[in-house]
Ligand binder design. Structure first.
Ligand code: DP6
Length: 332
């Protein structure tokens, strides 16, 4: 059992995972598609140690009970697999330390990169030999969207009807369509509702059934547009998807209203730039921060315009990232 450190990137879904067919296994209601983001990173070190009496978990220098119990449940999945494989006879506890280079719990998907890094580091540290599909299936059970972050580039999560059929694959390499994501931070408050709680409410929206009827067509259309390197169509679909997703949030019972004045200001700016001829679109997750999508040649113009808004605190400029990597330097 060797101490292992993994760096994984977060992602932004252009077609969102929202709602679950199976809550325990985290089987999604629909397939989804995301960009892996090279600028948003989680680094995690895991060491199993026979001398520990319990798992020790630290994320960004703190121990938060809700997160800790999810991490421990995931470590237990990995220990159970290791027992089945004959690698350990009884439970061995682990020390886990994780750091993000971006604000967590603000709707920037720190759990997607976090669980991908944890899955790869812990399974390798305990001696499991899993291929990318196996890692994706395992990671999905910790946090659904993290199954995409074990891959690199532009990634599709195939929804699947059973656990073995629900995993992510690379759909295209990043250079097929080199989208830039200007991750625009308007606040670093902790969001009021977790994605996990939100998923459970999806079906209470009267719009959810309508979404399900056309979501696979939408996924096909965006895949065709990516292959055709047609950024305008990709952007149009991604923006419409973000608005549809938020309309589900707004009409869930109880409703989920996450947008801040700054969020709306950024949206208006994106539309104004677009009417001036710049190909730029937005998408938003369960939060108030905005992912502003454009092409490399327009990045500086869009960046300067965003920085001109008083509501914008920070912009993290990201390209499309690779799959996770093993690091030689450990966090402890
Ligand atoms: C809006 O993967 O965080 O970001 O499986 O309960 O951990 P759990 O949910 P999570 O949900 C992410 C939702 C989303 C859309 C997406 O990333 O596809």
């Amino acid at each position: 059992m060797q101490k292992t450190t993994v760096l994984a990137h977060s992602d932004i879904a252009l077609i969102k995972y929202w709602g679950k067919k199976d809550k325990v296994l985290r089987l999604p209601a629909n397939g989804s598609l995301s960009l892996i983001l090279d600028a948003l990173q989680t680094t995690t070190t895991v060491a199993f140690d026979v001398n520990l009496g319990a798992d020790q978990v630290q994320i960004d220098g703190a121990v938060e009970e809700g997160e800790k119990s999810r991490v421990i449940a995931h470590l237990q999945r990995i220990r159970d697999l290791a027992k089945q494989a004959g690698l350990i006879k009884t439970d061995v506890f682990a020390r886990v330390m994780s750091v993000n280079n971006f604000p967590k719990s603000t709707g920037l998907s720190s759990s997607s990169s976090g669980f991908a890094a944890l899955t790869i580091a812990a399974s390798q540290a305990i001696g499991l030999q899993l291929d990318e599909r196996g890692l994706s299936i395992l990671s999905r059970q910790g946090s659904g969207s993290s199954c995409r972050c074990v891959c690199g580039g532009i990634v599709e999560w195939i929804d699947g009807d059973t656990s073995d059929q629900s995993y992510a694959v690379q759909f295209a390499k990043g250079d097929v369509l080199p989208i830039r994501d200007l991750v625009t931070i308007v606040a670093e408050d902790k969001k009021q509702i977790s994605s996990t709680e939100g998923h459970d409410l999806a079906e209470t929206s009267p719009f959810f059934a309508a979404r399900q009827q056309q979501i696979s067509t939408k996924l096909q259309r965006i895949k065709q547009a990516i292959q055709a390197r047609d950024f305008i169509t990709v952007g149009e679909i991604a923006e419409a998807e973000a608005l549809e997703f938020h309309s589900i949030l707004l009409t869930s019972q109880p409703n989920i209203f996450l947008l801040y004045p700054g969020t709306v200001e950024v949206i208006h700016l994106v539309r104004k730039l677009r009417s001036g001829g710049i190909p730029v679109y937005f998408t938003i997750n369960t939060g108030f921060n905005v992912h502003v999508l454009t092409l490399p040649e327009y990045e500086q113009t869009v960046l300067q315009a965003l920085k001109g808004l008083s509501s914008v605190h920070k912009v993290l400029a990201s390209g499309i990232g690779d799959k996770p990597q093993l690091l030689k330097e450990h966090l402890f």
